[in-house]
Write a protein that binds this ligand. Structure first.
Ligand code: ATP
Ligand code: MG
Length: 238
């Protein structure tokens, strides 16, 4: 599989306090990779470093052969890396559709007509189409998470970074979010998925890594990690 994203010994720090330690990681084109780890392990930091919000203190990040170090977040988004942060960031005062259209600015010039993508998206999520003139904030937590992911999709990602998409959601709402993510992945978008629901994280992805205090301590096919005693004990509670 062609390598789309590659991190080579990437470290990152907040005011000198190290949060990522020489992380080496690859995501192939169209591949889904899960990131597991305890609270504070560095999962969100990893996504922030890839999206340009926190520059690496050492090491290199490559995307489609291009070195990302030093690029601004909007430049990285334009290359096709879109992220859905933990807090979703639905814009207050904007309707559902206006929220979706804010991501159009992140598209590169060769991605076609965004209106076709909007029609396809509404075909997938008819309830979102029905509510497109309502304020984004009028949606429930699960619906807002779907909107945040849908908005990233309108940016035409090659790689989607998802930070704990099921956090705080009911099992039913989580299922809807996971189904939506699976559909996006089936459409050929690569995923780097931070997810506390390890059952989903290790079934909806091809490969996974486990972070511990900023380091990758385990990596492999998700199906193999599901059988690892240490993973089963720490993340699957069996
Ligand atoms: N803005 C910040 N300033 C200073 N330190 C931070 C900041 N954000 C995170 N950290 C620290 O960096 C480390 C990694 O945090 P990070 O948020 O990446 O962990 P995480 O794996 O996403 O945890 P969680 O499961 O709680 O979301 C932690 O020690 C955290 O306290
Ligand atoms: Mg986090």
């Amino acid at each position: 599989m062609d390598c789309l994203l590659q991190l080579r010994q990437v470290s990152a720090a907040y005011d000198g306090m190290r949060a990522l330690e020489e992380v080496t990681l690859e995501v192939g084109g169209g591949e889904a990779v899960a990131v597991l780890g305890a609270n504070g392990a560095g999962k969100s930091t990893l996504l922030k470093t890839i999206s340009g919000l926190l520059p690496p203190s050492s090491g290199d990040v490559f995307f489609a052969g291009l070195r990302l170090n030093g690029l601004a977040p909007h430049q990285i988004a334009r290359l096709g890396i879109l992220s859905v942060p933990e807090d979703r960031k639905i814009f207050p005062g904007l309707t559902v559709e206006e929220n979706l259209l804010t991501a159009v600015a992140a598209r590169s010039h060769d991605t076609g007509d965004y209106r076709q993508d909007l029609v396809q998206l509404y075909g997938w999520l008819p309830w979102l189409a029905e509510r497109r003139r309502q304020l984004g904030w009028a949606l429930s937590g699960g619906e807002q998470q779907m909107l945040a992911i849908a908005r990233a999709l309108m940016g035409k990602p090659k790689l989607l970074l998802l930070d704990e998409p099921s956090l705080g959601l009911s099992p039913a709402a989580s299922d809807a979010v996971f189904q939506f993510i699976a559909r996006i992945h089936a459409g050929g978008v690569a995923l780097l998925l931070v997810e506390q629901n390890a059952v989903y994280a290790l079934t909806g992805t091809e490969r996974a890594v486990v972070l511990e205090r900023g380091r990758v301590v385990l990596a492999g096919p998700s199906a193999e990690l599901r059988e690892q005693p240490s993973v089963r004990k720490a993340y699957l509670a069996v």
